[in-house]
Design a protein around this ligand. Structure first.
Ligand SMILES: Cc1cc2nc3c(=O)[nH]c(=O)nc-3n(C[C@H](O)[C@H](O)[C@H](O)COP(=O)(O)OP(=O)(O)OC[C@H]3O[C@@H](n4cnc5c(N)ncnc54)[C@H](O)[C@@H]3O)c2cc1C
Length: 389
């Protein structure tokens, strides 16, 4: 096969990149090692910065989002037995959209399929070749048969455990990493959320997050120890912790648990995000702890920059935007890292945390919920920093 752009990974980054290129008349092929139903059902992020939901609408994949998403003006911070509302709309004029990542993925796959963009699901043994040349290649096996795509550029959108980043010769990348001494146990449940907007709860027993997918389906998380096993958490134990950590600020309805999993918490950045004709985008280049709800949003930001650079190459013969790709993305990524780390350190119980640390965390929460300047800082970052490119 021949394509202008070969994309590895049918997550939000890969699919959005293909859509943006398609709208500019540039053809792309996506290869994905999972099945279509698997990627469409993978429960992950659920919170879109305002510009991301606006982009989905502008690019023609926002019809269902406009009908079904929940549009929030802020979040609640709960601590010390009280709940405090941070009103993003009032502070910044922007809100956030609650719409499951798997719904975004479904909408993008449906549109790309209608537009005839090839997405090869369930491919195996994906590898990249000739990254330093003018025509890099992607090889794979599908239904046991070998296949190959020759292209001008490769979008490495294959997530944290993909093949693209490890294909870059050792020594050319610098990585920055932080592991947190805890994870999030998340449940998806058939029960109404305890509030109309997300509640971030700081509690002596650990952090908890009360979010939702709809008026009848909640997505709830509790902080658990690093390396904890999901089997040790019965539904009853999860509900007990969720009730306790809400600290009495709302009542919590229980319901059937549809899904339960543990996510480790990690900060990770690799630089640069390019090697020859291979461009890393999204989780293949960076991971944030989910506390700031930035992962999906940063992935989309990367591919907006990449699509613009590839378009400039084809339409104006320019390679300056491709050369600037990594630095342009990293500016926003590091701001997302900073914010995600800040939210994480403010809200979680650290196993080695002292009484001093806990008093400091409470002082920080009290400051954020009483100072307009501090609340605006949170709101501006959470709802999405301005797009400066
Ligand atoms: C529990 C949880 C909650 C989260 N909450 C939020 C949130 O509220 N807000 C937010 O913004 N972010 C959140 N995130 C992060 C967000 O889900 C990710 O940042 C996002 O999925 C990144 O998109 P991506 O396309 O870069 O990578 P992925 O979504 O990981 O997509 C990569 C794709 O590549 C495929 N792939 C991997 N290897 C290969 C291979 N060798 N060959 C072919 N295909 C391959 C994978 O199957 C996958 O489909 C959360 C993440 C988790 C786990």
């Amino acid at each position: 096969m021949r394509a202008q752009v070969g994309i590895i990974g049918a997550g939000p980054a890969g699919l959005m990149l293909a859509l943006l290129l398609r709208r500019r008349g540039i053809d792309a092929v996506i290869v994905e090692n999972r099945s279509r139903s698997y990627v469409e059902q993978r429960v992950r992020a659920g919170l879109l910065e305002q510009w991301v939901s606006d982009l989905l609408v502008e690019t023609g994949v926002g019809a269902r989002l406009t009908r079904e998403a929940m549009f929030h003006d802020g979040i609640h911070l709960a601590f010390g037995g009280k709940s405090h509302h941070v009103d993003f709309r009032k502070l910044t004029g922007k809100g956030v959209t609650v719409y499951g990542q798997q719904e975004v993925v479904k909408d993008l796959i449906a549109r790309l399929t209608d537009d005839g963009v090839p997405i090869l699901f369930e491919v195996e043994d994906v590898a990249v070749h000739d990254l330093d040349g003018d025509m890099p290649r992607i090889s794979f096996r599908k239904n046991g048969e070998p296949g190959e795509i020759a292209c001008d550029f490769i979008g490495g959108c294959d997530g944290f455990h993909g093949v693209c980043r490890p294909s870059i010769p050792a020594g050319l990348l610098t990585t920055y990493e932080r592991e947190y001494p805890f994870g999030w146990l998340g449940i998806l449940t058939e029960s109404p959320p305890p509030a109309d907007e997300l509640i971030y709860a700081y509690h002596e027993r650990g952090f908890a997050l009360y979010s939702m997918r709809s008026a009848t389906v909640s997505r709830l998380y509790v902080q658990v120890d690093h390396g904890e096993e999901v089997e040790r958490w019965s539904d009853a134990r999860v509900w007990e912790e969720l009730h306790l950590r809400l600290g009495g600020v709302r009542s919590l309805a229980e319901g059937r648990v549809l899904q339960k999993s543990i996510t480790p918490m990690r900060s990770f950045v690799t630089e640069p995000m390019r090697h020859g004709r291979l461009f890393l985008a999204g989780d293949s280049a960076h991971i944030v702890p989910p506390t700031g709800a930035k992962g999906l949003n940063l992935a989309v930001a990367d591919v907006v920059v990449l699509a613009r650079a590839i378009t400039a190459f084809y339409t104006a013969g320019r390679s300056d935007l491709l050369d600037a790709y990594s630095a342009t993305c990293l500016d926003r990524i590091w701001k997302g890292q900073r914010f995600s780390w800040w939210m994480t350190q403010m809200l979680h119980r650290f196993p080695d945390g002292s009484a001093f640390d806990r008093r400091r965390q409470l002082a920080e929460l009290a400051y954020v919920t009483s100072s307009t300047a501090a609340a605006t800082t949170l709101a501006e970052n959470y709802a999405g920093l301005p797009m400066t490119w």
